[in-house]
Design a protein around this ligand. Sequence first.
Ligand SMILES: *Cc1c(COP(=O)(O)O)cnc(C)c1O
Length: 523
Amino acid sequence: MSHFSLVSTSPSSDTSSASSAPTFENYNFQIYRGQQQPQDDDNTKSESSTSHQEFLKLAHSYNYSLSQKELAITLDENDPLKHMRNEFNYPDMIPSEFIQENKDHSECVKKRVMYFCGNSLGLQPKSLAHNIEKELTKWSHIGVEGHFSSAFGTNKWFQVEESVKNAMAKIVGAKPIEVTVMNSLTANLQVLLMSFYRPTKQKYKILIEQFPFPSDMHAVTSHIKCRIGELRAIFENENLTSDEIVEKCIVQVGPREGEEILRTEDIVDCLKSDSHICVSLIGGVQFMTGQCFDMKTIAKTCQECGIICGFDLAHAAGNIDLRLHEWGCDFACWCSYKYLNSGPGGISGIFVHEKHAYENMDERPRFMGWWSRDAQTRFSLSSKFSPQPGAAGFQMSNPCILSMTAILSSLKVFEMIEQDGQIMSVLRKKSVLLTTYLELLLRQELGDKIQIITPSDSNMRGCQLSVRVIGKNLHQVDNALKKRGIIIDTREPDIIRVSPVPLYNQFIEVFDFVSNFKEILNE
Ligand SMILES: *Cc1c(COP(=O)(O)O)cnc(C)c1O
C-alpha cells in the first residue's frame, strides 16, 4: 500500500504581476505522489523481462550474438512485415545547413535517411498523392455533385467519414459505432470534456498526469475557465478567484520521489482516495517518457469509483494494441499524424463508448452541428433532433476531404497486415522485437553513457525509447546524428526520443543508429 502526500507546486508568491494569467509553473495544483516504502522494489530498474528473454532466444536460434550486424540482417530477412516499408516515402534530405557543414556527408545522407520520428510525424503513404489527385480531379470535373458521386474511384463526400470507421475501430479496439474522425486533437479534448465533464458539488475534479503534453494542460485549464460560471455556482460560498477554481478542479498524479515514471498503483490510489474526481484524463502513452499506462486497470478503477474515464491516445493509436471497448473507457481522442501517418495536422479520431451511444441532448449535452445529424435529415431546419447514435453524434462539420483522403490512404496500409480481424496485435509483435533489440543493444554498447527512462517491460511501453544522454550536449549529439542521416527528436535538457516504427523501420536501421550513436558519444 502506498501512502499519499498531497504536495503543492512551487508557491505563486513570487509572481508579482497580478494582471497576468498564471502559467503552469505558478498554478498551485494539487499533486498526488505515492510514498516510497523501504521494502518497495524500484520498478524503473531493468530486469530481464519476457520480451528480453524471447529476443535473446530468437537471436540464439539464428546463431548470432546481439552485437553482430548479421543478426539485424537476418531479423529483417525473416520479418513478415518487411514489405510494408515499400508503402511509404522516405525523407531524403536533411536541412541544408547540416549538409553544407560537411559536404562529404551529403551523399550518404541523400542515399538513406533513417527516420526514427514516427512518434512525432509519421511517414507519407505512397498512395496518398495519387488518391489526393483523384479527389482534385473529381472536384474540378464534377464540383458539388461529388458529394453524392463516387466518380474517379473516390468516396461520396457526403458520407466520407463512414469509410474510415471500420479500420479505425480495429486500430483502437472499438466497435464502428464508437469511433469517428473529426476536428483536431486539442479541439476534440474540448468537445469531449464539454460533454463528459459534468461537475457537481460532490464531484468536480479532473485527474491528469503531472507532466502531460502541454496542449492537454492548456486544454484542461482553459476548459475550466470557460465554464467558470457553472463552477462558481458549485463553490458558491467560498469566494474563490477563477484561478483558485482552476486549482481546485485539477489534481495531478506525479512520479514518486527519485522516480520518473508513474506507478499504476498511485493512479489507482488517487482515483480511489479522492472522492471529488469526476473525470480521469490520462495519456495512453506518455509523450516524454514513452511509458504506456495500464489503461485496463485505470478504466476498471474509474468504473468502480463512478468516474468518467478518458484517454488522450496521441502516442498510443497505431502504436499499442488498444481494447477501448473491452476496457470500458468512456471517451478517448487521438491525432492521426503520429503513428497513423495522416500528415501534419491530420484529422483526429474520437472514441465514445457504446454505453453512451444513445444518450440524447438532455442526458449528455454536447456541441452540435449539421454533421451530428443522420445524413437523411442533415438539411432539415428543425432544431429539435437527436444526434445520430455513437461517436458520429459528436461530429459538427463536414470534414476536409483532403484530410480524409490522407487518413484513408494510411488506414489502407494498416489493413494490409490484418489477420483474423486483428491489425495491432500483428504490428505489436514486430514492434516488441524491434524496440527490445534497440534497448538491449543500447544497454550493451553504450552502458553508462546513457540512461533509458522508458520502462523496460514491453507491456509498459510502445515503440518509443526515451534516452537520457549523459555527459554530452544534446544538440551536438542531435546534429552529429543528422549529419549521418539519422533523424531522432530531442527534449530539453538531455533526452532523445527514438521510435523504431514497425511499419517502416528495419532492424538494420536500429543497428546503424546504435553504432553511429556510440561513435558520437565516444568522440
Ligand atoms: C501530439 C499531441 C497533441 C497535439 O495536439 P493537436 O491538437 O493535434 O495539435 C496533443 N496532446 C498530446 C498528448 C499529444 O501527444
